[in-house]
Design a protein around this ligand. Structure first.
Ligand code: FE
Ligand code: FE
Ligand code: ZN
Length: 277
């Protein structure tokens, strides 16, 4: 498995490869802009050029872009939906400029809507974005923990979206281990059957990335709390099975573990690598 982290773009993309190397990343995920607002400022061509040339010689790949937090394709509010589609289109364009092959999105939050309608909105939003931006960047749907009104925590929901995407070549899945565990999939004790279920319902060929996060909360808690590898409910033995599983070990694995500073990243990287057999 190739391991990496979500890397900060603060101070510019020119700082990313250095940060990634300091953490011995073999793959990375990043935001293309500040994830806490709606504003897009243009990418600085010089900055991107520096990033891409450093990336090229680094051996770090693939690169994943994570969608900002506010867009929500599942919404019933017209304006929010429109803005969310615009954001997704913009992320697809920026991913291409950055040299990333994938945009990771959370399925969404259905506030006030039934699941059926919310899923219809997500499908419509994805299709609009893929139609609007014809490039080779792929959208990866991330399974959620099912916290509050989040949808997309069961494999069946993800399948129902994928089935209706008009450009099936451009849709894939990222499996977040913390979210799956919190949603009730017992990756710790029943990994084989979870992988088998994923394969039966979604298809393993759709799986392009693992988010490797331990969970601070219990199996089926529906509460999303990422924790340090080996120190949460999935635990060391759980992650040992995950990183060595014959149907998963070829995948890239990005950690989104808590951090105050670099020390915690180094600790998690050391831990995950020590589990590889
Ligand atoms: Fe995510
Ligand atoms: Fe995640
Ligand atoms: Zn999470």
């Amino acid at each position: 498995m190739r391991f990496g982290f979500h890397i900060s773009i603060s101070g510019g993309f020119k700082n990313v490869v250095k940060r990634a190397k300091e953490r011995s990343c073999e793959t990375i995920q990043l935001f293309s802009r500040n994830p806490r607002g709606w504003k897009y400022t243009k990418l600085d061509p010089e900055d991107i050029k520096t990033f891409r040339s450093e990336l090229e010689g680094s051996g770090i790949e693939p690169v994943f872009v994570h969608m900002p937090y506010l867009p929500n394709l599942a919404t019933g509010k017209k304006e929010l939906f429109t803005n969310s589609v615009l954001s997704l289109k913009e992320e697809l364009r920026r991913a291409e400029m950055i040299g990333a092959g994938y945009v990771v999105i959370h399925v969404g939050s259905r506030v006030g809507l039934d699941e059926e309608t919310a899923l219809e909105h997500v499908i419509k939003g994805i299709n609009l974005a893929l139609k609007g931006v014809k490039n080779r960047v792929m959208i990866l749907l991330e399974n959620t923990a099912g916290m509050g009104s989040e949808i997309g925590y069961r494999f069946e929901e993800i399948r129902r979206i994928i089935e209706k995407v008009t450009d099936p070549e451009r849709i894939g899945v990222v499996l977040d281990t913390a979210h799956a565990y919190e949603a009730g999939y017992d990756l710790k004790n029943e990994l084989d059957s979870v992988v088998e279920e994923f394969d039966r319902i979604i298809g393993l060929s759709r799986l392009k990335l693992l988010h490797l996060n331990d969970s601070k909360t219990k199996l089926g808690s529906r509460i999303d709390r990422h924790w340090h590898i080996g120190k949460g409910e999935i635990g060391k033995e759980g992650f040992r099975r995950i990183v060595n599983h014959k149907k998963l070990r070829h995948l890239p694995g990005i950690m989104e573990t808590p951090r105050k500073n670099k020390k915690e990243d180094l600790m998690n990287m050391r831990m995950i690598r020590s589990l590889v057999e």
